[in-house]
Write a protein that binds this ligand. Structure first.
Ligand code: FAD
Length: 462
């Protein structure tokens, strides 16, 4: 049994996002004494919501999907009947027209004829071509050929990440693009796969997504309530600080409090942990996002959940419509639209985000989402740091060095998206939390942790 048992003293979870809350809840279910410290005024982390004037907007649009029955069982229990279920509806705006997204073999033919022909030729011959090198650019060229790369991926990627695809690690494409943009079930590497894929798509069942009726916040408020019902404590509005000792974290400080923990689960940015512990700051940067939450009178001409805008003369890179996730996210007769502009924390855009509001509204008119400026009832601006890890070409070495340096603290465990510098989704943070809590319980002498959760119906048998 580990000397750092979850039953030997308080466990401090830094960060009340998905990973932190689920870990805390599962440990508390087994009788551990757990305190969650969250810097923001409410829980949920990157999956929290904002509410104003009867509208609800998430911190970026969040659709939930998992193939893992344990995660599905957990989320079903958390949400009960308070769910909306819908098929995917994503689009891309390209040269004044809207197309279905992920790029679908069927709608290649709907692209402007020259572009469609060139893309089809690329796809037909790219099986024979080799692209040396191992950047994001090489990866996309290999998968989709030069036409789609030049027209869709390159511009969007520069606009979104602020770095050139040549300097971006291919992991960005593998975990990011494949998950977020490209439907990885569609194989388009050559013409026969394209034809087969096109044919099969006619009968393919759509993936359904789950969404809490009143906004994503509901899910994490419910997990918080489950945790507190088991004696857990949540402190919000306080940033936690690690005090390192000889091979272990001696204390965690927040507000006027100091806790000497048995274990610390760290889900805040990995670079903050290195700063606090006096470890050389690694080159592991995060993107930040400005969210323009627009309250609109009346209906909209489009009904996608979200749409990508790659052109560099449009200020936002994505728009989303919460009403297409659940009608309960806005008052009757109105619609919310959320626009995302990426930046770096503290840069010019970040500091003067409000100055972009007029430009954002003008672009809404330009892309045809809003007909008249007078339809806009109000715009709220939110600045969110650490939204995406930036996978530059040297990030794996930096991450490895940092993880090694932090592993000298035996009672410190990294988890979640920001804590592990991991471009993931909510279900991955939940899975990570389940694995971590199971391991910590096993190391503390509880080999029956999984069976106990199965018996309570928190996980699913089989
Ligand atoms: C724009 C956007 C869209 C997304 N869309 C989807 C989607 O459609 N589907 C999906 O499944 N996933 C989506 N995701 C991913 C999802 O949001 C994350 O996977 C998930 O929220 C990560 O949770 P986490 O707890 O691991 O990390 P985080 O949410 O980053 O949690 C870390 C927490 O630590 C807190 N913190 C930071 N510093 C301190 C400190 N010093 N002390 C205390 N607390 C601190 C932060 O405030 C935060 O609450 C999206 C993410 C973004 C940014």
């Amino acid at each position: 049994m580990s000397k750092f048992s979850v039953f030997n003293g308080p466990v401090v979870v830094v960060g009340g996002g998905v990973a932190g809350l689920v870990t805390a809840h599962l440990l508390a279910e087994h009788g551990a004494k757990v305190v969650v410290v969250e810097k923001f005024s409410r829980v949920g982390g990157l999956a929290r919501s904002y509410e104003y004037e009867g509208f609800s907007f998430d911190c970026g649009p969040h659709r939930f999907h998992t193939e893992n029955p344990n995660i599905q069982a957990y989320i079903d229990r958390v949400l009960g009947s308070e769910v909306a279920v819908f098929p995917r509806k994503s689009e891309v705006y390209f040269e004044g027209s809207y197309y279905r997204w992920p790029l679908h073999p069927k709608n290649l033919v709907q692209l402007p004829p020259k572009l469609a022909a060139k893309s089809a030729i690329d796809l037909a011959i790219n099986g024979w071509k080799t692209y040396e090198g191992s950047s994001f650019e090489d990866y996309v060229l290999r998968q989709y050929g030069p036409t789609l790369y030049e027209n869709f991926f390159k511009g969007y990627s520069i606009k979104f990440m602020g770095i050139h695809p040549k300097d971006t690690h291919p992991d960005w494409a593998k975990v990011g693009l494949n998950r977020a943009i490209i439907d990885d079930k569609l194989q388009m590497q050559n013409l026969s796969q394209l034809a087969k894929s096109t044919f099969l798509q006619f009968n393919k069942a759509e993936i359904d997504f789950t969404y809490p009726k009143t906004g994503m916040q509901l899910a994490w408020d419910n997990v918080r309530a489950l945790f507190e019902a088991k004696g857990g404590r949540v402190v919000t509005g306080e940033g936690a600080r690690l005090i390192g000792g000889n091979g272990k974290i001696d204390a965690v400080e927040f507000g006027n409090e100091r806790i000497e923990p048995s274990l610390v689960v760290w889900t805040a940015p990995i670079t903050l942990a290195t700063d606090q512990l006096g470890i050389e700051r690694p080159n592991l940067p995060y993107l930040a996002t400005l969210f323009y939450n627009v309250l609109v009178r009346g209906d909209l001409p489009r009904n996608y959940q979200w749409c990508y805008y790659g052109a560099d003369d449009i200020v936002f890179s994505r728009a989303s419509i919460p009403r297409c996730f659940s009608p309960d996210t806005c008052p009757p007769g109105t619609t919310g639209i959320q626009l995302e502009v990426t930046c770096r924390e503290g840069d010019e855009r970040w500091r003067h985000a409000e100055r972009l509001t007029d430009w954002v509204v003008s672009d809404l008119l330009k892309v045809g989402l809003v007909k008249n400026r007078t339809d806009v009832q109000n715009v709220y601006v939110e600045r969110v740091p650490n939204t995406y890890p930036i996978y530059h070409s040297g990030y794996p070495k930096e991450l490895e060095r940092t993880r090694r340096a932090l592993s000298q603290y035996e009672n410190l465990h990294l988890a979640g998206r920001t804590g592990m510098f991991w471009y993931n989704n909510m279900d991955h943070s939940m899975e990570n939390a389940m694995q971590l809590s199971k391991r910590l319980l096993r190391d503390s002498g509880r080999d029956d942790a999984e069976e106990a959760l199965l018996a309570k119906g928190i996980l699913k048998a089989g």
